[in-house]
Ligand binder design. Structure first.
Ligand SMILES: Cc1cc2nc3c(=O)[nH]c(=O)nc-3n(C[C@H](O)[C@H](O)[C@H](O)COP(=O)(O)O)c2cc1C
Length: 259
């Protein structure tokens, strides 16, 4: 479990003993004594709720840079606008040749960094294919053209279609692999990143086929320097869209029940 004895430090002069931090701590790490909050040696996952909630800014997380940045409540974004934007998101498979600016790449990664992770373990990491993008795509193209090591369903599919040189990345300038031990954590990070990319005017394709290739090809895993024990959960192909969608696509009826 994360957390050292001094992961959380409380400024006793500022603390008013309001106990908001105590109530909001998921690990019962805090307690009130002599009308002040104290940090115990419990299972602190360094989620930062105590730091975030303190009205007096009396709490510091010693393992992080605490810059006291103000929050932007989600309620500041109109829910109808948010929903319509989410419904308007489309997978993009046609890209212009325009490169993605570094500031935009940084924002996309920052969105991933701020996604929730189980136990706050923050185990998601990112591989930008960069100079290896063409080589990685070629390995996958060769795999698909040969077909022999693919699952039967996929090799039957690959046999029926033409596999062009840009089959996996569609000429997009940026490919980010999202890796983690937990597929849920990496999936959530990817979703945050996709929405950020869209808000920056970019389009995203999740390449499940590329992810499959990372499972099959040791050569590919070596090329992308995938650490042992980690898996590529998503492959995000990103660039400026060469297409514009005019309307929201319908979906199957909602499957939901209340018990
Ligand atoms: C996990 C995942 C893997 C995907 N893999 C591929 C892929 O390898 N190739 C592809 O063309 N589309 C891929 N897609 C895109 C889906 O086909 C697409 O999301 C679906 O058709 C719905 O279209 P929309 O995203 O525009 O709503 C993938 C999507 C997801 C979520």
């Amino acid at each position: 479990m994360a957390g050292k004895d001094n992961a959380i430090v409380i400024n006793e002069e500022k603390c008013t003993g309001c106990s908001l931090c105590v109530k909001d701590c998921p690990g019962n790490c805090l307690y009130i004594e002599n009308k002040k909050a104290h940090f115990g040696k419990s299972v602190c996952i360094e989620c930062g709720h105590c730091y975030a909630i303190c009205p007096e800014d009396a709490i510091r997380m010693t393992n992080y840079d605490c810059s006291n940045e103000a929050v932007l409540p989600m309620t500041d974004i109109a829910s109808d606008t948010l929903l319509a934007a989410m419904q308007s998101r489309r997978t993009v498979r046609q890209f212009t040749k325009q490169n993605v600016e570094q500031e935009k790449i940084d924002k996309i990664l920052e969105a991933g960094r701020y996604s929730p992770t189980g136990g706050n373990n923050q185990d998601v990491s990112y591989i930008i294919l960069g100079s290896k993008q063409k080589e990685a795509e070629k390995i996958c193209v060769d795999l698909f053209r040969k077909g022999t090591s693919l699952p039967r369903r996929i090799s039957a599919f690959a046999e029926r279609i033409n596999i062009p040189d840009d089959f996996f990345f569609k000429g997009a300038p940026l490919v980010i692999l999202v890796t983690a031990r937990s597929s849920v954590n990496a999936g959530l990070a990817s979703s945050y990143m996709e929405l950020m990319a869209e808000s920056l005017g970019l389009g995203v394709l999740y390449s499940g086929f590329f992810v499959m290739c990372t499972k099959i090809s040791g050569k590919l895993r070596k090329l992308i320097k995938l650490p042992v024990g980690r898996k590529v959960v998503t492959c995000m192909v990103i660039g400026y869209p060469a297409v514009k969608y005019q309307r929201i696509v319908p979906r199957k009826p909602l499957k939901s029940k209340t018990l």
